[in-house]
Design a protein around this ligand. Structure first.
Ligand SMILES: NC(=O)c1ncn([C@@H]2O[C@H](COP(=O)(O)O)[C@@H](O)[C@H]2O)c1NC=O
Length: 526
């Protein structure tokens, strides 16, 4: 058989859980004169639409048994799919055992993933593990030289067209075979993940990662890199589940930054705004409303905010939208937006607006992964959150109530800043962010110099860090980082503690008369 030969379909097996498009496919096959074999529910739907169909059990002479656990798992079916039409021995054996060739298999599987997502009981989940379906798919995909395999309703259209134009090409069947194995692999991955979860096994010996390509991106982190965006089927509100209301496609960096911004803004219950650049917050604020939160977030580092990603933790209103629209912004992400806000943003054609419907739960667990040469690292999500009750005051002076509020705020922001992270905050807003430096003291200094720039923009000569509090994502290895913070005018500090020089650092804080609390929890982020 040449590469270009088109194969018609003389006999097809349709066994689908999702009946979408089934009738159209059945009609197209019938119109080509194909015999249609089908299982219980699929056969019923086809028959009701007036399409001639042979029940698999009539074809094989073997009934569906064990509540449908065994329907198609019989030699007449699998032999009909797997027999090679180009091997005389196969053809002879098929004839000897009265096995009729099956040229097209359309199967979509029991909805295991949806059943698990619905929170169904274990028995229900197990009953939704399809056995016969994957066996049919894998057999048909293996014998793609002779058989077409359809595993998704959105593949039907192209195959109907191909059949109407004389048949399917080897190239098309091979592409469908690849998609079929990817589908059964993803299905088995979901099943394995469910078993691991049931057994409270966070890191099973074999870790499978399955994703559905949502989009091929224009390029990756840089234009010479290729990239695509995959979703994993989880329903965590965020960039993967959001509805894009307007604007051009998001880039690789946009997606990454939007995720960082939205995860950060979900930390706060008061109206909050996070502005992100290069995956780091350059302004975060909470206030009594989003409009004020935007003003305060922007004030922290208006230079970096240019071309940033803005995340809000409530419904974007018109007043706030007008303000955000005054500066160049790449993406806005929020649970919702009023019609007025959407109308304002609609004038900015390139600005992307993503609506998520809800906020992610910052305390929810789950495993996150990152690749490295030869493998990937898996870890549980950083869902740690320090509450006031867990803090240990280690200095002579305890923080005031106002300082305490800002300390907790600053530490929550620091959790979302790349290490080494130093965050200065005042009045529920960041006033200086030092991110991603190789030494903690440099992060402390950079935050102050940025804060001085921000102060100048406001016509002030003192950095905004005067009278602020400071958070450090990890302990101070030496007193120098703390001394920089004191020099910047901060009056209280929050940090995990745990350094062998904690005593030195606490003594430096006492000497400066500032308050210090230890969290006992670190928030490294790389
Ligand atoms: N047991 C079997 O032999 C078997 N053969 C096909 N299935 C599945 O049965 C479903 C279709 O069933 P029905 O046509 O009765 O609605 C499909 O999702 C198909 O993947 C089977 N069911 C599960 O294992």
């Amino acid at each position: 058989m040449s590469q270009t030969t088109l194969l018609p379909v003389k006999r097809a097996l349709l066994s689908v859980s999702d009946k979408t498009g089934l009738i159209e496919l059945g009609r197209a096959l019938a119109a080509q004169g194909a015999e249609i074999l089908s299982t219980g529910g699929s056969a019923k739907a086809l028959r009701e639409a007036g399409i001639a169909v042979v029940e698999v059990s009539d074809h094989t002479g073997f009934p569906e048994i064990l509540d449908g656990r065994v329907k198609t798992l019989v030699p007449q079916i699998h032999g009909g799919i797997l027999g090679r039409r180009d091997l005389p021995a196969h053809v002879a054996q098929m004839k000897e055992h009265q096995i009729a060739p099956i040229d097209l298999v359309a199967v979509n599987l029991y909805p295991f993933e949806a059943t698990v997502a619905s929170g169904a009981a274990a028995d229900d989940c197990i009953e939704n593990i399809d056995i016969g379906g994957p066996a049919l798919i894998r057999a048909a995909a293996k014998n793609h030289g002779h058989v077409v395999v359809l595993t998704s309703t959105d593949q039907y259209g192209a195959i109907i067209e191909a059949l109407q134009s004389g048949g399917t090409s080897l190239e098309a069947r091979r592409a469908l075979a690849g998609a079929a194995y990817a589908r059964t692999a993803a299905y088995d991955s979901a099943i394995a993940a469910w078993f691991a979860k049931e057994r409270h096994e966070t890191f099973p010996e074999r870790f499978t990662l399955a994703g559905l390509r949502r989009e091929v991106l224009r390029y990756g982190e840089n234009p010479h890199q290729q990239a695509a965006f995959y979703t994993d089927g989880t329903t965590r509100p965020g960039v993967a589940t959001a509805r894009q209301v307007q604007g051009k496609s998001l880039s690789y960096n946009n997606l990454n930054d939007t995720d960082a911004a939205f995860e950060a803004v979900a930390e706060f219950t008061d109206p909050a705004v996070v502005i992100v650049k290069h995956a780091n917050p350059c302004g975060v604020a909470t206030a009594t409303n989003l409009s004020s939160a935007w003003d305060h977030a922007l004030r922290c580092d208006p230079v970096s905010a240019f071309g940033g990603i803005v995340a809000l933790n409530g419904t974007l209103d018109e007043e706030t939208a007008v303000k955000i629209a005054t500066i160049f912004t790449e993406v806005i992400v929020a649970p919702d937006a009023t019609e007025g806000a959407q109308a304002v943003l609609a004038r900015k054609k390139n600005l992307r607006l993503l609506l998520t419907g809800a906020l992610p739960d910052p305390t929810a667990g789950g495993v996150i992964v990152r690749s490295l040469a030869g493998g990937f690292l898996a870890q549980t999500r950083d869902n740690g959150r320090v509450e006031e009750s867990a803090l240990k005051v280690v200095t002579k002076r305890a923080p005031s109530a106002e300082e305490m509020r800002d300390l907790i705020f600053a530490f929550r922001v620091a959790k979302h800043v790349k290490s080494n992270a130093i965050v200065y905050a005042k009045g529920g807003a960041t006033v200086g962010v030092g991110a991603g430096q190789m030494s903690r003291v440099d992060s402390a200094r950079i935050a102050v110099s940025k804060s001085l720039e921000a102060a100048k923009a406001l016509g002030q000569s003192e950095p905004l860090t005067r009278g602020s509090v400071a958070a450090s994502d990890a302990f101070f290895p030496f007193a120098d980082g703390l001394e920089t913070i004191v020099a910047a005018g901060a009056t209280a500090v929050i940090q995990p503690g745990g350094s062998i020089r904690d005593d030195e650092v606490i003594a430096a804080a006492d000497k400066a008369g500032i308050a210090m609390v230890l969290t006992g929890m670190r928030h490294f982020r790389h």
